[in-house]
Design a protein. Structure first.
Length: 242
């Protein structure tokens, strides 16, 4: 009788073991499906709620400590109390009648009430009781503005000298044998008098002698539009040894 090797093995027995393997596979799949459904459905049927995610996160992380609150601001400074001084009491002046009634009222000293009936030689229409020697029309409200000096030249002609004073030759200049011309700039007032003198070109030993002489000179008034005005002009003083 011919015998087959490995005939009793499950893998090689294709006829007697195939139905048992198929049944076992089906039952195994069914049991796994039932177990999987039980694992999924049973927790869903329970009434217990799932834990909050925040609680789970707090279990792993420690909350940082809160920062302390800022200190309170300092209290405002107390307002300064200004003590107002009470005004001094007002003393009421009471009129007291004199004990003796004067026979006549004398005017106060130092007040010139003028002459009764007006002063002799007064101005017609003046104030009654005026003071003798007063100014007619009163004092002027403002002094007249000063007239600016004009320089000689063009329509302004040089005034004519009416008084000439020769300069005095200094002794020290004579001994040093110093001579020459001193040029001066002088201002002549509306009345024709020399009021200011400046040296334009001079000699140290002779300048003062020339200034002293020119200040004594006099000229005719210079008219501008019929009004006398001060003028500025240049003069020369010649110093020569005999």
């Amino acid at each position: 009788m011919e015998r087959k090797l490995f005939a009793d093995l499950v893998e090689s027995d294709t006829k007697g073991h195939r139905p048992k393997r198929s049944l076992f596979f089906t039952i195994s799949v069914a049991l796994h499906a039932i177990g999987l459904l039980a694992v999924v459905i049973v927790p869903l049927l329970q009434a217990q709620e799932l834990p909050e995610p925040a609680a789970a996160v707090k279990a792993f992380f420690v909350e940082p400590a809160a920062a302390p609150p800022p200190p309170p601001p300092p209290p405002p400074p107390a307002p300064k109390v200004v003590q107002q001084q009470a005004p001094p009491p007002v003393q009421e002046t009471k009129f007291v009648a004199p004990v003796e009634v004067p026979q006549e009222i004398k005017p106060s000293a130092g007040i010139d009430l003028g002459v009764e009936g007006g002063a002799a030689g007064g101005v017609e229409g003046g104030v009654a009781g005026g003071v003798a020697g007063g100014i007619v029309g009163g004092l002027p409200s403002e002094p007249p503005p000063p007239v600016q000096a004009v320089r000689v030249g063009g329509n302004i002609k040089e005034p004519t000298k009416t008084k000439n004073v020769a300069p005095v030759y200094p002794d020290i200049a004579k001994q040093a044998r110093v001579q020459g011309i001193v040029i001066l700039e002088c201002t002549i007032s509306p009345q024709g008098k020399v009021t200011d003198v400046k040296v334009l070109r001079g000699i140290p030993l002779l300048d003062q002698a020339g200034i002293d002489a020119v200040k004594q000179w006099q000229y005719t008034p210079t008219l501008l539009n019929g009004v006398p005005v001060p003028v500025i002009m240049t003069v020369t003083v010649n110093f020569r040894l005999n």
